[in-house]
Design a protein. Structure first.
Length: 318
């Protein structure tokens, strides 16, 4: 999945991410949608919002910063034009259904959705604009973070998951670029969780709408942070898959390294399934042993061996 997130500009792709999942643009075919200098959508009004700047393009569509005309506030608009290459009808259906489900949620530490729909063949989701950077950008700038900062961020991520899980929402795509940060230079970071584009919502709702819509042929979740069971069957994961991904993110925050590294996304996923759970203290010997144990329990290969809930994991982190 591309690393662009609401309110963030992050065009660097992950070295172990499978580029086959990206929207491909032929150099000889410039549709203008990815060039901000000729973008025909700049200035358009979609969902009551004027598009002002393209922030990114990836397998979740086009991302724009804009202004809500009625409220005069900055927003982020994610778009999938009907004509955009690389998208099937099932992907667009999931995009809109996920957006509608997210719009029903009003959860702490989760990016809000204000509007969802389709206008003039532009499928859109309007979201919060977060004035800050994402965790991936911070890690690229600083490397391993101070333990106190890492735990402060991960607490808020777990609070977001605690609230989401209580509404039967499994994120399935926790990664550093999904963690949006405000106030890192102030008294403390305020965290918002984004990228619920792969979220698995209430199973009853899915059944009523003809079953879950999946993205056939693409990896659901990013390889560096994907739970073993999700790498093998993304449709039938439980809340525990999110706990595993949080463990991977926390590992990277305190060590400055991803838990597993390989030449391809497929190899990394196999390591999540087969390789021994890494010890963060092998990289940072002075790391608090309690934090080492928390990470290893979050990243247990078997879901039953992990924390039973985000609430239990939150108690362990505090």
């Amino acid at each position: 999945m591309a690393d662009e997130t609401p309110g963030q500009r992050d065009s660097d792709s992950d070295p172990d991410y499978d580029s086959a999942n990206e929207i491909e643009h032929d150099e000889d075919h410039d549709d203008g949608l990815h060039d901000p200098h000729v973008d025909p959508l700049i200035g358009r009004v979609v969902g009551g919002c004027r598009l002002e700047e393209q922030l990114g393009v990836g397998d979740n569509g086009l991302l724009y910063r804009g202004t809500h005309q009625g409220m005069g506030m900055k927003v982020v608009i994610r778009l999938i034009p009907q004509s955009l290459p690389g998208f099937r009808a099932s992907q667009i259906e999931r995009f809109l259904r996920s957006g509608r489900a997210m719009a029903k949620l009003n959860l702490p530490h989760v990016v809000r959705v204000f509007n969802v729909g389709c206008e003039d063949d532009l499928n859109f989701v309007v979201m919060d604009y977060i004035d800050g950077q994402n965790l991936k950008q911070l890690l690229e700038e600083q490397g391993a973070l101070d333990l106190e900062v890492a735990l402060e961020v991960i607490e808020q991520v777990l609070q977001a998951l605690e609230a989401a899980h209580s509404q039967a929402v499994i994120h399935r795509d926790i990664k550093p670029s999904s963690v949006l940060l405000e106030g890192m230079d102030g008294d403390g970071a305020s965290v918002k969780l984004a990228d619920l584009g792969l979220a698995k919502f209430n199973l009853t709702d899915e059944a009523e709408e003809g079953g879950p819509v999946t993205i056939s042929g693409t990896m659901m979740g990013e390889a560096s942070y994907i739970a073993p069971e999700q790498a093998q069957d993304a449709k039938n994961v439980t809340f525990s898959a999110d706990i595993y991904s949080v463990g991977c993110v926390l590992y990277e925050m305190v060590t400055g390294q991803k838990p597993y590294s390989a030449k391809s996304a497929v190899q990394v996923m196999l390591m999540h399934v087969q390789a021994k759970v890494p010890k963060a203290s092998d990289i940072v010997p002075e790391l608090d042993s309690r934090v080492v144990r928390v990470i290893r329990k979050m990243m247990a290969k078997k879901p039953a061996s992990r924390y039973e809930s985000a609430t239990e994991a939150l108690r362990a982190v505090r």
